[in-house]
Design a protein around this ligand. Sequence first.
Ligand code: FAD
Ligand code: MLT
Ligand code: ZN
Length: 490
Amino acid sequence: TESYPDIQRDSRFSKVTEEHVKYFKEILGSGSAVLESVTNDAAQDDIEPFNGDWMKKYRGHCRLVLRPGSTEEVSKILKYCNDNMLAVVPQGGNTGLVGGSVPVFDEIVINMGRMNQVRDFDDVSGTLVVDAGVILEAADKFLSEKGYIFPLDLGAKGSCQIGGNVACNAGGLRLLRYGSLHGNVLGIEAVLPDGTIVDDLWKLRKNNTGYDLKQLFIGGEGTIGIITGISIQCPQRPKAVNVAFFGLESFEQTQQAFREAKSHLSEILSAFELMDNQAHTLVQRVTQNKRPLEGEYPFYCLVETSGSNTEHDSEKLQAFLEDVMEKGIVADGTLAENETQIQSLWAWREGIAEALGHLGGVYKYDVSIPLKEMYGLVEDTRARINEAGLLGDTEEHPVIDVVGYGHMGDSNLHLNIATRHFDKRVEKVLEPFVYEWIKERQGSISAEHGLGLAKKKYIGYSRSDTMIELMKQIKKLYDPNGIMNPYKYI
Ligand code: FAD
Ligand code: MLT
Ligand code: ZN
């Protein structure tokens, strides 16, 4: 509890007792389905991984983890928790970056990892139906054998779950091409705190019969119910994928390159990603890999095309690269020539989060800002950290660097402040400064990661009082006792 001096445990919630544990063991069996240290202190070690988040920034103190194997079990668990005022935290792969997937105090973790079956696939329409606990990479592998692709891809694919992706409406590396989960998810099965099973696992694209209630679960961050099943529209897997990586001298030129990419590559453009030299350098420091380009440039962009004809697509990409180099927009560039090179170029972008994590504590701001002003946030934050005397990569001056990267094609910037260790002095310099900066430009303080615990206090920077009040009404309607993921943003 010392970790969150500003938050008080809600005394309406019960503490987990031996009797509660007995009930859960009756409905789930024991073993890996129920991990508890209520009757057995020694088991706390097995529970700890479920208490801590990916960034090692947030830590709860739960003594009970439930791992249901079916929707009916989730329903029984939630009904019992609701009747007994036991607070819960839904948890997928626990790769979330805003502290939403771990308890704050002693909330019960309901981990979805055992619900990991593909339920159905229609190889004509491309509609996939899965349990919420299916790992993203496993779903994509299943689809690749059928000639399809999952419409979402992100660096945590090896451990995040589709239920978790949907619960935080993850955006990822190809949103530019395949669009948001709000459009791709066709149906949802979920359980409400009173045990009601929301049976909206629709499989068709169109359904204009009343309110589209499933949308509330997409990006709801586990605050109104637990998603147990998802049906999703998957596109044909592109036969040809090409990747270019280039260096640029200014942020202005990255914008010009983006415009040219849209114009030259139009329907085959599938990703346009940005990273600054500071981010690139830190990845290099951690991985020790040889940089893809000889020279050093202030900015790098990764451009991917996905189409049906490799030769045709690589000609287009080649022509695009020649054109932007001739016009002096791009300083240097390279094209991947095979699958291994494609993977290694992507690793320079996808690996940033992981590399920064290795260095110590990272303050992460996932924001969306009109493109023209986007990089200004990184520059202003860097100047501010510098003025505060915190930059130095030493114990006393813990900031290693201020870096910017992100999904440029979606106006989504990741401002990260890499430090040797989390330090309240750094946080004070950053917050609310970053949020105020964004509000002034009508940006969003959470573009794709959600609010969780990290941005709990700051929702008002991107939503009006009216919108927040409407959210609270929905929360009350679906979760009148407030047991679902308490202390988080709502
Ligand atoms: P968790 O972390 O377990 O949970 C996330 C939230 O959803 C929590 O609030 C939790 O309570 C809730 N939740 C989980 N499962 C359920 C469920 N079944 N029902 C209801 N609520 C549930 N995000 C992006 O948007 N784009 C990226 O490019 C991206 N890249 C990443 C790269 C790395 C290396 C990492 C570590 C994270 C990245 N993320 C990215 C963050 C991203 O949100 C998560 O990786 C992923 O979407 C979360 O899935 P998860 O299963 O781990 O969910
Ligand atoms: C990314 O785009 O790499 C992810 O959202 C993770 C991060 O923000 O670090
Ligand atoms: Zn991202």
